[in-house]
Design a protein around this ligand. Structure first.
Ligand code: TRP
Ligand code: SF4
Length: 394
C-alpha cells in the first residue's frame, strides 16, 4: 500500500524516486495506491478547491507511467469513509506525544511558515496515514526515506491496538497465574518488560523477558510456553505490523542540483512541454569555474553532471567527464544528450497521458473500480475492529 498527495503535476523526481518502483511492485504484490486527498487538505485547507483538478491530473500521471489498473488498485482516499472511522478510533488509543515527536511535524511547520499548521488535523497526519496502511493489513509500504517515521508510527499503533483489543481474556488469566509462580520479583519484572515491549515496541525488553522465562527452573514446561506465548502476543493479531519498503533510486537532481522538489522550484514535470524541457536544461547552472568555453571544469561541482548519473551510460559519462575537464566540449554540448534522454523518456508517457486525457470516462471507471475493491476490504476490517473494541452493538 502506498499513497501520494495530489499537490500538482508530478515531476521526474516522482518518476525516478517512486513511480518506477510502483510499476515494478505491482507485478509482485497485490497493490493499493491511494490518492490521499485528505492528506493534501491538512496543508491546503484554505484552498480546497484546487484539490479536485490535482486528483485527476495525478491519476493520469500514474496511468501514463504504466501503473496498470489490471494489477494494482488505484483509489481516492476520501471515497473510503472507513479510513475516517478507523482514524477516529485509533485516535482514542494514540498518545498525543507519539504524534508530537514525529520529526516531520515540526519540520513541516517550519518549512511551510506561510501556512498555519497548528491544527488538530495536521498533528494527526501520521495517524491518518496509519489508517491508510493498516486498514488493508498491508505488509509493505513502498516509500522514500522521509516517510520511514510515519510507517514506524503505523507499526506502533498496530501493536498497541493488538495489545489493547486483540487479547484472548482466558489466555491472560492463565498467563498471570503462571507468572506468579516465578516469584514476586520475577513476576513484577516480567510484566514491566512486557509492557515496555507492547507499548513502546522495545524489542530488547522482549528478549530480556524471554530469557528470564526460559531460565526458570521451578515452573512447568506448559507454564513456560504459556509465558513466552503471552510475550509474543498471546491473542488475536488484528493488525499485522507494516514495513517500509525503501526505494533504492539515485537522488533525482532538480535543475539547480538540489533534490528535485516542487518547493524548490526546480522541477521538470512528467509531461512538461518539450520546449520547456529544452529551456530548463539549457539554462541549468554549471560549474561556476567555467566562465568561458575555454575554461576547464569539474563535473563534481556541476548539477548537470548529477543528471548524467541518472540518464547516461558509461561511454557518455566518460565523454562528458573528459570533455569538461579538458574544455574539449562546451556546456551546451554536455547538456544536449540529456535533453534528448529526457524527451525520449517522456514521449511514451505523454502519448499515454493523451489517451487518458481524451477519455476521462475510462479514468473515472478505473478509479470507481479501485475504490470499490478498497472499500470492500476496508469494510471487512472495520467489522473486525468494531467487534474487537466492543462496538458492534445495534
Ligand atoms: N505521507 C505520504 C507522503 O507525503 C503520503 C501518504 C499518505 C502515504 N498515506 C500514505 C504513503 C500511506 C504511504 C502509505 O509521501
Ligand atoms: Fe557541467 Fe558538463 Fe559544463 Fe562540465 S561540461 S561544467 S559537467 S555542464
Amino acid at each position: 500500500m502506498s499513497g501520494m498527495r495530489p499537490t500538482g503535476a508530478l515531476h521526474l523526481g516522482h518518476y525516478h524516486g517512486v513511480l518506477k518502483n510502483w510499476v515494478r511492485l505491482q507485478n509482485e504484490y497485490e497493490c493499493f495506491f491511494s490518492v490521499v486527498d485528505w492528506h493534501a487538505l491538512t496543508t491546503e485547507y484554505e484552498t480546497p478547491g484546487k484539490i479536485e483538478e490535482n486528483v485527476w491530473e495525478m491519476v493520469i500521471d500514474w496511468l501514463a507511467v504504466g501503473i496498470n489498473p489490471g494489477s494494482a488498485k488505484l483509489y481516492i482516499q476520501s471515497h473510503i469513509p472507513e479510513h475516517a472511522e478507523l482514524h477516529l478510533l485509533l485516535s482514542m488509543i494514540t498518545p498525543q506525544s507519539w504524534l508530537e515527536r514525529v520529526p516531520s511535524y515540526k519540520e513541516q511547520q517550519e518549512r511551510l511558515k506561510d501556512k498555519d499548521l497548528t491544527t488538530y488535523g495536521f498533528l494527526g497526519y501520521p495517524l491518518l496515514q496509519t489508517s491508510d496502511i493498516i486498514i488493508f493489513k498491508a505488509g509493505y509500504v513502498p516509500v522514500g526515506e522521509d516517510q520511514v517515521a510515519h510507517v514506524e508510527m503505523a507499526r506502533e499503533v498496530a501493536r498497541r491496538f493488538n495489545y489493547l483489543y486483540g487479547r484472548d481474556p482466558g489466555f491472560e488469566k492463565k498467563a498471570e497465574k503462571a507468572a506468579k509462580k516465578m516469584g514476586k520479583k520475577n513476576n513484577r519484572m516480567y510484566f514491566e518488560l512486557l509492557k515496555k515491549y507492547q507499548e513502546q515496541g522495545d524489542s530488547q525488553a522482549l528478549e530480556k523477558a524471554r530469557a528470564m522465562v526460559e531460565a526458570q527452573q521451578n515452573i512447568s514446561i506448559g507454564d513456560r510456553e504459556r509465558l513466552v506465548g503471552y510475550l509474543e502476543g498471546g491473542g488475536k493479531m488484528i493488525f499485522p505490523e507494516p514495513q517500509a519498503l525503501l526505494t533504492v533510486a539515485p537522488k533525482m537532481p532538480g535543475t539547480d542540483g538540489q533534490k528535485m522538489s516542487k518547493s524548490y522550484n526546480n522541477t521538470i514535470s512528467l509531461r512538461e512541454d518539450s520546449n520547456n524541457v529544452e529551456d530548463k536544461v539549457r539554462t541549468m547552472p554549471t560549474d561556476p569555474a567555467r566562465v568561458r568555453r575555454t575554461d576547464p571544469g569539474d563535473p563534481e561541482k556541476c548539477p548537470v553532471w548529477a543528471l548524467h548519473q541518472v540518464y547516461s551510460d558509461d561511454d557518455l559519462k566518460n565523454w562528458a567527464q573528459a570533455g569538461c575537464r579538458s574544455a574539449g566540449i562546451g556546456c551546451l554540448d554536455c547538456k544536449k544528450p540529456l535533453i534528448d534522454a529526457i524527451l525520449k523518456e517522456q514521449a511514451p508517457i505523454k502519448e499515454r497521458a493523451d489517451e487518458y486525457l481524451n477519455d476521462p470516462e475510462t479514468v473515472r471507471e478505473i478509479i470507481d473500480e479501485g475504490c470499490e475493491s478498497a472499500r470492500d476490504m476496508a469494510r471487512e476490517t472495520l467489522v473486525e475492529v468494531r467487534e474487537a473494541m466492543g462496538l458492534d452493538y445495534d
